[in-house]
Ligand binder design. Sequence first.
Ligand code: MN
Length: 721
Amino acid sequence: MIPVEKLVDHVRTYNPSSNAKLITDAYEYGKLMHGGQTRHSGDPYFTHPIEVAALLAQQNLDDSTIVTALLHDVIEDTEATYKEVAKKFGVEVAQLVDGVTKLTNLELSSNDAKQAENVRKLLLAMSKDVRVILVKLGDRLHNMRTIKHMRPEKQLQKARETMDIYAPLAGRMGMQWMRDELEDLSFRVLNPEGRNSILRRFLTLRSQTEDVIPKITQDIRDVLQKAGIEAEVVGREKKPYSVWRKMQEKGEGFSRLSDIYAFRILTNEEEDIYKALGAVHKRWTAVPGRFKDYLSQPKSNGYRSVHTTVSGRDGKRVEIQIRTGQMHDVAETGVAAHWSYKDGHRVENPFAVDPFAWLASLTERFGNSDDQDHEEFLEHVKLDMFADQVFCFTPKGDVIQLPRGATPIDFAYAIHTRIGAACVGAKVDGRRVPLWTRLRNGQSIDVTTAEGQRPQSSWIDIAVTGRAKSAIRRALREEHREGYVRLGTELARVALEHVGKKSTDKALTTASKKLGLKNKEALLARLGSAEMTGADLVGALYPELLTNGKPETDLPAAEILGLNPGQYAQPGQCCQPLPGERIVGIATRGKGVVFHTIHCEKLAEYEDQSSRWIDLRWTQGRNDPNNNVTIEVTMANDAGVLGRICTLIGEQNANIADLQFTERKSDFYRMTIEIQVRDVEHLHHVITAVEADSDVAHVKRTRQRLHGTQAEPQKGANGVT
Ligand code: MN
């Protein structure tokens, strides 16, 4: 058992102002409380917390973390209480110990990778402070180091959990050495044959290439010395698991040196990194495709380094990582570097990852940091980035992620819509609770279902997830369809009258088609059940009438991309391409490029002249409202129809450039109208609005221009009219 003096002395080496009395008191208290308890190995139980504390001291961590490590099992395994720990060692330590206890009590049993990510989030969500995770990782590392004393099936379970959850978590925190060791200890349990085969291969290679590490190390040192760069050079054998994983990923065996050995150049100065790289590349040939620059683009966990692979002695490949000593510290300790002490001060490592940015990267939620007190945040690195989430377990141990405030109803629907619909009650951690109970992190939920149960309308207020709410509404709509259709009919009438339109069958049918619904009843039922709003209906028919219609003035003007300098483009009159449509350009002998829609028949003429084709596209942006396009409208021969159609087109902010009757029968007219629109979307707005009119039978876009002006283009200098 490590004596307390040794632990205190160690902490003093990096933190002379450490509170020796606090650490000593915690040591004595923990030893007293764990009393005669023993570990599977037969050692006194308290050897474990001390080893964990020593592990954290190796990471130069602060007093609270060391004390928490010493006490991390007292609340769980002894008579000690939160209150007592708080009284003796302060609230900060008590909260940290409590956090570790909560993580220890989680029943983690998930095996698949998708779940593992959820479990990692759960661990983070339940740890209000990153130091809780640091202690938990130390706890797990010591338990893995002593795993051989456990029952075989328990060993497998712990190793699996470590491989899936804790090792990647250490990696995400940037603690590379911790990740490597956790993986290798797990690998030893999960696949001893695989690990042995790698080790045997190591042995063979070592016997063939004797003393290769010192030789290459010396070669690199010589190169750097000649270049006048001061640096430390270290060579090492890679861990069996990282070799194994690489082989699995690549699906091939290993034979190259670079698969087994890795070398590191640690420079004093940042500017020496690229100099060293240059010297190495000058001396040996760089292997293409193996150069990685994490210096100009650091990883989100703060990792900075330059990696390269070169063909070294006898053409053998050697992998080299180059970084400064300070960057190396960050690469090994990651987020823990934030609490590290050196000579009594928090280390000011300029490359230490900003825990704030790191947390943001964990949640993939950047920004949003303005309202936080940055300083206070950094002090404790509160893990409240998951404050808007809860993670709960199914009886099988799968983790379900839900928004905060979620209830058993949401949980049930998150598992399956059928379970949600048939839900009659729920048990949380074995106790029956009302359905409106708010769920908390780490709770285990057992949903009770009954055949014949249907979603209740009161559930809409209980559920918070969109998934549950819409499933409930859908079910209610089916059940109360008639009532909803009646209500929807009224809502449609009000919404359309509000913009001066009538809610006719034709309008509703057009809208339902536009919205991809089966018929107008489906649309009305959705309106009635509040799955859709009146604004949705108006927007589907008359988007330009919505008061919140987007003014596009802020956008830059749209243009055509793909032209060579000096070229200019003009639309083909044959197909009248609009902004937003796929286009192709045809270079003409003279000045310009004529562009066509991708389906324009004219393009067939140029099929064997591929050198004239130019790949063009429109940029997103504000479009001029005067792109000509022609539509053909078939309508009833009725007084006032034509006037209404002109009004409808005007309301949609489109100009009428020209119009012409093409057919006049006693019961219907067909006419061609040339209008001016912004883009293809605008054209669709116009078509829908016209089509919604009761007296309009059919509207379509046509490539037949008015007054027969189009026909055959002249074969002029530029090939078009
Ligand atoms: Mn423990």
